[in-house]
Every structure is written in C-alpha cells, then in structure tokens.
Design a protein around this ligand. Structure first.
Ligand code: FEO
Length: 167
C-alpha cells in the first residue's frame, strides 16, 4: 500500500510526464510547420515515449492498490525561434524531469518504500539517456549554425528514428 505523500507525488509525476508528452507534441506541430518533417518524426517518437512514462507510473499506482488522480495539465509552449531553441527547451525540460525523479526517489527512500525505489531506478537510467539525446541534438544544431544544407542533412538523420526507438 502506498503512503499518502508518496501516492500524491507519483500522481504529480504522471501529470508531469503527460505535460512532457504535450511539449513534444507541440514540437511535432512546430517542426512540421517549419518544413522539417525529420525533426517532427523524432519529436513524435519522443511524444509516445513520454506517454509510456506516464502510463508506467499510472499502472504502478494501480498495482500498489493506490488511487490514481488525473490532474489538469498546463498548456505547452507552441512557438520557438529556431530548431536549436526547441531542442534547448527539450534539454532543459529533461533536466527538470531528472530532478523530479531524483526527488521522488528520495521521498520513496524516506518512506522506506522499496518497491517504488526499484520502479524509479528504471526512470533514473532513462533520464540519463533522455538528457544525453537532447543534449546531442543541441550540440549538432549548434555546429550546423545557419548552414541550411547542414540543417537539411540533420533533418534527414533525425527522421530515421522509428516509433518506439530510443533516440
Ligand atoms: Fe519522461 Fe523525457 O522524461
């Protein structure tokens, strides 16, 4: 049985993961609008990953005989000045999520809830990947600079990401 403070925090993280999903979904639309379908494909895969993250915690709460609370989700940003700015925002968001997961882990530790700690270990590993992949994109876009040919090549590379494939 989940303790109330931990149950509340896990429900909050379900909301946070769905917010991240919507951030990426808005980026899908933005990149499509910019004529960069490859980056949009990458963002679409990321959107589905975030939904999976939210559902993992959702199912965990249910498995622990907890109560799921679906909370209101803020609207995501819709506009970016450049592909670089979009990926910088994604990278910043992933760093925030990593901190949220770390805080959740600390709470589970304080509550002596071993099952929650084990479940969160998957997320801790996942966040290392999430930060690395968005940071790599930022670095590549910085290298491309204002070279539209380089941006075109990167768009093709990012478009090779398959649904369900890690970045
Ligand atoms: Fe679910 Fe990208 O953090």
């Amino acid at each position: 049985m989940l303790k109330p403070a931990l149950q509340d925090a896990l429900n909050e993280q379900v909301k946070n993961e769905f917010y991240s999903a919507n951030v990426y979904l808005a980026m899908v639309a933005w990149f499509e609008d910019q004529g960069l379908p490859g980056f949009a494909t990458w963002m679409r895969a990321q959107y589905h990953e975030e939904l999976d993250h939210g559902m993992k915690i959702f199912d965990f709460i249910l498995d622990r005989d907890g109560k799921v609370v679906i909370e209101a989700i803020d609207a995501p940003p819709l506009e970016y000045a450049s592909p670089l700015e979009a990926f910088e925002a994604a990278y910043e968001n992933e760093k925030k999520v990593s901190k949220m997961i770390d805080d959740l882990y600390d709470l589970a530790n304080a509550e002596h809830d071993h099952a929650t700690q084990v479940m969160l270990q998957w997320f801790i590993t996942e966040q290392v990947e999430e930060e690395a992949s968005t940071k790599l994109a930022v670095d590549k876009l910085k290298l491309a600079g204002s070279d539209s040919g380089a941006l075109f090549v990167l768009d093709q590379q990012f478009g090779a990401r398959q649904p369900g494939q890690e970045a």
